[in-house]
Design a protein around this ligand. Structure first.
Ligand code: WT7
Length: 649
């Protein structure tokens, strides 16, 4: 079921890393008490965390309600998420504490304290109200990585509107689809943002997207890029103009624990992205809990930096909600890691004295490629813990991270979770867990993980499908507008369990090793892209007759998108044109790395495209049994061409 050679490549890794005495002596947790407590009664455990970490304006009456597959947490309770992230810190006298050290790509900086963040959030909440946004409405956010992105999210939370953030790299068509699916009322965007020394034109793309939507009444535009844009009278407003007139006070209205906090669209196995629904009380509890204990947050002294974009779940949970609920000080960086030089990240770590650093394996492998001398140019001794997320981290990358970034002393937390889980599920606790490079180790306290085989039977050792056996506070509450798809996607493959879509292996010590997706979902640089979506994009091009897309192992990006395309009669194959077409349809993150034109696709005699076989071809594996193929010569030809393909740069 899973990659034979993914298992092999992990097979040799035997090193273990015990938390150092120095780290343990100052760690929030250095024994098994949290695990013990949670294993006695996980609902009571989460209820205790909810009381300790979150401020409620009204107590809940029932900690957890479970009508499979629909969960509710802290039922009857009321809270305001933005109050938890802002007001309570200011009220406790920490208004001058830095929330964000913002570093723009061109080198401009801004220090945003909790008091300032609260002030801007209140004003912007009033701006939204002034535009007619009310509790329960949806607001779309399409922004660069600037503090206003967080402010926009928090302002929505303050008034009970659900935000739907769309990553700035997505195309106009993708934005249109997400706005339409959510029936969003207001769009918040910027003129443009900085990326690799240039402006990427968000407003321009948003204008194009809005041609295909009918629900957006108003657009708020933050000035960031300074690029030329068109403002549409009556519809478009400058952020700074509205803010200058906004009432500075917007009291945090209490919200039901199950109030919809946000939608975040992610790819599934069909062509249509799913609007994952997250609510308030349970989500914030697990976001705060995991951020505190997985990163061993000492809010008074730590400087935390998560390199994700707010357009992804990692940015939601580990830049906005978790860290702010915990009153952390963090770095927010706008741009790419190699501008102006390949040492930009390490320069920022040194400049702000970053202590906790959270990034993705694909970034780590890129840093490895750029060379040991880049981090060596900087004093990284402030770092005391490193995190990894988004895909399996290979032991080589883990070791490089450990030695060249962590100075061979920082513990590494390899954190497994998903857009759907809302928060970290599997990870070491850095003061407790002995780590093994490449293993995410164990389920966190209060999380039930289990591997099962094809028929749903428990797997004690070896490979299997990763399932979650009990509801957790930050779990998705459904797919926006599609409860059947929710049930079908996550809860039907193994009745009674949540199926994550990942394969995993349990070693002799009971450590979990994640092995990647087992469905038609690719993981490219930690971003989830469905094969079907890319295929639909390709076949929407006039020259394409049929397309099959596979994710092939890639040394830097984890997986790379490889497409096999048959053309309509009379058309020439133009690889560049098709790659651009996919960028327009979905976004540049979904551009195939290679496109092979072929007179035919390998199919079974019943006409089903054999994607597995195409993956074998793309990954240069020897093909097993091809006897079910309708026409084996197609594959032989593709194999010959794959072998001839130029080596990667
Ligand atoms: C998929 C979820 C969670 C935020 C980023 C991605 C893969 C994620 C790990 C990890 C192995 C991982 C899984 C998962 N994944 N973290 N530490 N080790 N695989 O969120 O887009 O919802 O993707 O990312 O395959 O199912 P996402």
């Amino acid at each position: 079921m899973t990659d034979a050679h993914a298992i092999d490549s992990l097979g040799w890794e035997r090193r273990t890393f015990v938390p150092s005495d120095a780290f343990r002596s100052n760690a929030l947790v250095s024994d098994h008490s949290l695990y013990d407590e949670a294993s006695q009664d996980s609902t009571a455990f989460w209820a205790k965390q909810a009381r300790e970490l979150i401020s409620w304006s009204k107590e809940w009456h029932t900690a957890s309600e479970w009508n499979l597959p629909f969960a509710k947490w802290f039922v009857g309770g009321e809270l305001n998420v933005s109050y938890n992230c802002l007001d309570r810190h200011v009220l406790a006298g920490r208004g001058d504490k830095v929330a964000f050290h913002f570093e723009g790509e061109p080198g401009d900086t801004r220090t945003v304290t909790y008091a300032q963040l609260l002030d801007e959030t209140q004003r912007f909440a009033n701006v939204l109200k002034g535009l007619g946004v009310v509790k329960g409405d949806r607001v779309n956010i399409y922004m660069p990585m600037i503090p206003e992105a967080a402010i926009a999210m928090l302002a929505c939370a303050r008034i009970g509107a659900a935000h739907s953030v769309v990553f700035g790299g997505f195309s106009a068509i993708s934005l249109t689809d997400r706005i339409n699916d959510a029936e969003a009322k207001v769009l918040i965007t910027a003129d443009g943002g900085w990326r690799r020394g240039e402006i990427f034109p968000l407003k321009h793309t948003a204008d194009e997207a809005l041609l295909g939507t009918s629900t957006i009444t108003d657009v708020v535009v933050v000035r960031r890029g300074g690029n030329e844009i068109t403002m549409h009278d009556g519809r478009d407003h400058w952020y700074h103009e509205l803010m200058a007139q906004a009432d500075p006070v917007c009291p945090p209205e209490p919200m039901d624990s199950e109030q919809l906090l946000f939608l975040l669209y992610t790819s599934g196995t069909t062509g249509k992205p799913k609007g994952i629904m997250h609510t308030s009380g349970g989500y914030l509890t697990q976001a705060a809990f995991t951020h505190k204990y997985v990163f061993d947050l000492h809010a008074d002294t730590d400087v935390y930096w998560c390199t994700a974009d707010v357009g992804w779940i990692t940015g939601h949970t580990y830049i906005v909600y978790g860290p702010l609920a915990n009153g952390a000080t963090q770095v927010m960086y706008e741009g790419v890691p190699n501008f102006p030089g390949n040492d930009r990240m390490w320069q920022i770590v040194e400049k702000y004295g970053v202590t906790l650093f959270y990034t993705a394996p694909t970034a780590i492998r890129t840093f490895m490629k750029w060379g040991d001398h880049e981090p060596a140019k900087h004093d990284l001794s402030s770092l005391r813990l490193l995190g990894s997320v988004g895909e399996p981290i290979n032991p080589e990358a883990w070791m490089w991270y450990h030695e060249h970034i962590g100075g061979s002393t920082c513990p590494i937390v390899d954190t497994w979770w998903q857009t759907e889980t809302g928060a970290i599920m599997i990870s070491p606790l850095p003061g407790v867990t002995t780590t093994k490079p490449g293993s995410a180790t164990f389920g966190l306290p209060g999380i039930g993980t289990e591997l099962v085989d094809e028929s749903g039977e428990h797997v004690e050792r070896g490979g299997g499908y990763l399932t979650l056996t009990q509801p957790w506070p930050a779990m998705l509450r459904g797919i926006w507008g599609d409860p059947d798809r929710y049930r079908e996607t996550y809860w039907s493959r193994f009745p009674g369990r949540y199926f994550a879509g990942d394969g995993a292996k349990l070693d002799d010590d009971g450590y979990l090793w994640l092995l990647g997706r087992v469905d038609d979902v690719m993981n490219v640089s930690g971003h989830r892209i469905s094969t079907t979506e890319v295929e639909s994009a390709l076949v929407s091009h006039p020259s394409v007759c049929e397309a099959a897309v596979v994710g092939a192992l890639d040394a830097t990006t984890g997986q790379a998108i490889i497409a096999y395309v048959t053309l309509r009669g009379g058309f020439e194959g133009d690889e560049q044109a098709l790659r651009n077409h996919v960028a327009v349809e979905i976004g540049s993150i979904a551009k195939p790395k290679a496109i092979y034109f072929t007179p035919d696709l390998p199919k079974t005699r019943s006409g089903k495209i054999m994607r597995r076989l195409l993956r074998d071809v793309a990954e240069g594996r020897n093909l097993g049994d091809t006897s079910t193929l309708a026409d084996a010569s197609v594959v032989n030809e593709l194999q010959r061409r794959a072998a001839e393909a130029p080596a990667e740069d």
